[in-house]
Design a protein around this ligand. Structure first.
Ligand code: TYD
Length: 134
């Protein structure tokens, strides 16, 4: 099973304002099929609460901060994202919750597949059983 990891992105520091970027199959290990973002999260709310059977994602805190809590079926891992020049690669079959959103935070998510409800596992016990099959 693949592990999640932090990826540092290119960063051009400039007095006029900084610039970072992401190229598919270069800075991130997949081709981007879909981009979505999570914003206007009310204080104390959480997102996620599911795993994907085959989708891989890359999550960046473009603004503000939040925590991504991952579970691989055996153990939990917590990643705090709070800069726009690095992000978290999340392989398939990872239960995820995103929490502790700061005011005005913006989570950008790049994914290697189109939206497909059939790819979701929304029951944690089913996820753990499935993770142990692999
Ligand atoms: P969901 O993936 O459950 O949200 P979370 O970010 O909390 O994991 O998606 C919430 C709703 O948004 C779901 O009913 C389907 C819709 N949706 C799309 O239509 N397309 C997408 O790309 C995404 C991510 C969600």
């Amino acid at each position: 099973m693949e592990s999640p990891y932090i990826i540092q992105l290119p960063k051009f520091l400039d007095d006029r304002g900084n610039l970072s970027f992401i190229e598919e199959n270069n800075h991130i290990p997949f081709k981007i099929e879909r981009t979505y973002w999570i914003y206007d999260v009310p204080g104390g709310e959480r997102r996620g609460g599911h795993a994907y059977l085959s989708l891989q994602e890359f999550i960046v805190a473009l603004s503000g901060s939040f925590d991504v809590v991952l579970h691989d079926g055996d153990k939990e891992m917590r990643f705090s994202l709070n800069r726009s020049y690095y992000g978290l690669y999340v392989p398939k079959m990872m239960w995820r919750e995103i929490e502790n959103f700061s005011t005005n935070s913006l989570a950008l998510i790049l994914a290697d597949g189109k939206y497909d409800e059939q790819d979701y596992i929304r029951d944690f016990d089913r996820f753990v059983s499935k993770a142990h099959e692999q």
